[in-house]
Design a protein around this ligand. Structure first.
Ligand code: XMP
Length: 519
């Protein structure tokens, strides 16, 4: 299959480049910036993109591509640092700008030169997305400037002899006007990639990979209730003998309303034979009694989860089973496995480290069948496998569940209260056609009570905060801009239907500086 290789130098946007290429129906793989490149064409690579970076191309220890890059004869597109490092290596100069150029900036094309097709179809002037502190002072010999920014900086370059292209702005960022068009020009027209990447193709490929590894043995999957592990379960049931597939769901009692029931029903419908459910609500509530410190809550939930996981897995009596995890491409990249030594890991991985998983990994018994997929691709695969819409469309949910959405002490009553209020919120969003436009929405129960009135009586009710964010991947997030009438309608629906809630507030903090979750 044709693929585009993305060499990563640690930009926060690298993953977005990968997603955009895949959205074009072309497989994209992200590898560390210093990966050895000899023989890559034989693996199907037909073009290379160099990512941005927080580093500077003129530093002596700046991360660089393998020098074989220029001898491959493949089209190369450098984005931001990517073109700066090419410039520095090929005899041009890069300098620090007196002031960082950031955000939407106008770019103007040099008339009559579309750069061998890269800028084909772009308007004479468009709004690009810049994020750089260095810029190209003198292009390397052989490069022509195709476009200039409003600050007079080279914004697009082309070396037609060697088949090298560069962009100072970020076409992968959605704010860049025509950015997808430029990437499509590169991937489809310049590299000539065939659109062969689809979930059906992935399913065939992964089926072969997993079957070869498992060779008829047992596999065990821990179901969390979220989209990823449910899709992983559906996948195993489709590609392996269901008699060999053991699904274990640990119900912490900290799940959203009806979540456990729907997931279990779905997996049964998809042919699960060994579907085990461990009811651990009581144990979790006992462990959380009297605790209101967020870190302590997270620690206790994590530790208990590991203990119960070990106990329940031992109880299943399949010691040599392969352990399947619903790890995604983004998880690998976030935890630093997919990227170069120089990369800046923006967020450490949230998930609990468990001795069971570590031991299985050491023994070569871990399988991660979704590890090349982005979240939206997992959803598409889920649909292909017949996972219900209710599950596939569900917003992301943190491992510690409602434990980190109940501020203050976690009790059964407060869990019930939040579950009900959250369910009304989500139902209202769906009814108003807003749910699928929002990346993640949820309610948070605050450790406060406030005065109100109900009929003629004073009421001392709980305070509920609503959160709704737009995001690509959870690393940054913007507050969802509700219409006033929607917010008011949602608030009324919640206080009418959940009488213990006396007051509803809306969280208007973006990430950064806030995080998406409150704890
Ligand atoms: P934050 O709160 O860090 O969240 O801005 C970013 C995304 O990660 C989810 N999240 C978690 N996911 N285990 C998880 O599996 C966790 O401990 C955890 N904490 C936060 C959060 O819901 C959001 O989607």
């Amino acid at each position: 299959m044709d693929s585009i290789l993305i060499l990563d130098y640690g930009s926060q946007y690298t993953q977005l480049i990968g997603r955009r290429v895949r959205e074009l129906g072309v497989y994209a793989e992200i590898l560390p910036g210093d990966t050895a490149l000899a023989g890559k064409e034989a693996e199907g690579v037909i073009g290379v993109i160099l990512s941005g970076s927080p580093r500077s191309a003129y530093e002596t220890d700046a991360p660089r591509p393998d020098s074989a890059l220029y001898a491959l004869g493949l089209p190369v597109l450098g984005i931001c640092y990517g073109i700066q490092v090419m410039t520095a290596e090929l005899g041009g100069t890069v300098r620090r700008l007196p002031e960082r150029e950031y955000g939407k900036k106008a770019v103007r094309l040099v008339p009559g030169n579309a750069g061998g097709g890269l800028l084909e179809g772009m308007p004479h002037e468009f709004s690009s997305w810049m994020s750089h502190g260095d810029s190209i002072e003198t292009p390397a010999p052989g490069f022509e400037v195709l476009a200039v920014s409003e600050g007079g900086i080279p914004a697009a370059l082309h070396d037609s002899e060697r088949g090298l292209w560069g962009l100072q702005f970020h076409p992968e960022v959605s704010h860049c006007e025509g950015g997808s068009r430029i990437l499509e020009n590169f991937v489809s027209c310049i590299c000539g990639a065939k659109r062969e990447w689809s979930m059906a193709a992935y399913l065939d490929e992964v089926a072969q990979r997993v079957r070869e590894k498992v060779k008829g043995g047992d596999v065990l999957l821990l179901i969390s209730g979220g989209v990823d592990s449910t899709v992983a379960g559906a996948l195993l049931l489709r590609i392996l003998d269901p008699e060999r597939v053991h699904l274990l769901y640990i119900d912490t009692g900290l799940m959203r309303k009806d979540e456990s029931v729907e997931v279990m029903r779905n997996l049964r419908e998809l042919g699960a034979v060994h579907l085990h459910r461990a009811d651990a609500e009581g144990e979790f509530l006992d462990a959380l009694a009297g605790i209101d410190d967020p870190e302590e809550k997270r620690r206790r939930i994590g530790d208990l989860f590991v203990t119960i996981q070990e106990r329940e897995v031992a109880r299943l009596g399949i010691p040599g089973a392969f352990l399947v995890q619903g790890t995604l491409y983004t998880d690998l990249i976030e935890s630093g496995k997919g990227i170069g030594a120089s990369a800046q890991v923006i967020k450490s991985h949230h998930n609990v480290r468990s001795p069971l998983i570590e031991a299985k990994r050491k023994a070569g018994l871990v399988i991660e069948p979704l590890d090349r997929l982005y979240k939206d691709e997992v959803r598409a695969l889920g649909r292909l496998l017949g996972v219900g819409e209710q599950v596939v469309r569900r917003h992301p949910f943190p491992g510690p569940g409602l434990g980190v959405r109940i501020l203050g002490e976690v009790t059964k009553e407060r869990c019930e209260l939040l579950r009900e209020a959250d369910a009304v919120y989500i139902e209202e969003l769906k009814r108003r056609g807003l749910y699928d436009r929002i990346w993640q929405a949820f309610a948070v129960l605050l450790p406060l009570r406030s005065v109100g009135v109900a009929g003629d009586e004073r009421k001392y009710g709980s305070v509920l905060a609503l959160r709704a964010v737009a995001s690509e991947d959870g690393m940054t997030a913007e507050v969802y801009p509700f219409e006033g009438h929607d917010l008011l309608g949602i608030s009324t629906a919640i206080t009418n239907r959940v009488s213990e809630i006396g007051r509803v507030v809306y969280d208007i903090s973006s990430k950064p500086p806030a995080t998406i979750e409150w704890e």
